[in-house]
Design a protein around this ligand. Structure first.
Ligand code: HEM
Length: 74
C-alpha cells in the first residue's frame, strides 16, 4: 500500500514546496493539502506543466495516481 509519508512526500522537493507555498496554492509536504488538491496536482503532473522545470518520470506519476486510487493513505 502506498503511503503519503513514505512514498509520496519525498517526491516533492524542497523547492517545489517553497514555490507552491509562495504561489499561495498549497503545502506539498502537507498530507491534508495534497489530499484536498490531489486531482489538480495529478492533472499538472500528467500534462507535464508542473513542476515547471521538468516533468516527472512516468513511474512517479503512476505512483501518485495509484496513491489516489488506493484512497490516499497517510
Ligand atoms: C494544482 C496544481 C498546481 C498549480 C495550479 C501550480 C501553479 C503554479 C504557478 C502559478 C507557479 C508560478 C508561475 C510559474 O512559474 O508557472 C508555479 C511555480 C512552480 N510550481 Fe506549481 N502548480 C501546481 C502544482 C505543482 C506541483 C505538483 C509541483 C511539483 C511537483 C509544482 C512545482 C512548482 C515549481 C518548482 C515552480 C517554480 C517556482 C520558481 O522557479 O520560481 N507545482 N506553480
Amino acid at each position: 500500500m502506498i503511503s503519503f509519508d513514505t512514498d509520496i512526500k519525498p517526491l516533492f522537493r524542497q523547492k517545489d514546496v517553497v514555490a507552491m507555498k509562495k504561489y499561495g496554492a498549497f503545502d506539498l509536504h502537507s498530507f491534508e493539502d495534497v489530499k484536498t488538491n490531489s486531482n489538480e496536482i495529478l492533472k499538472r503532473l500528467q500534462d507535464g506543466t508542473m513542476p515547471c522545470d521538468g516533468a516527472w518520470q512516468k513511474d512517479n506519476i503512476d505512483k501518485f495516481n495509484t496513491w489516489i486510487q488506493e484512497g490516499m493513505n497517510p
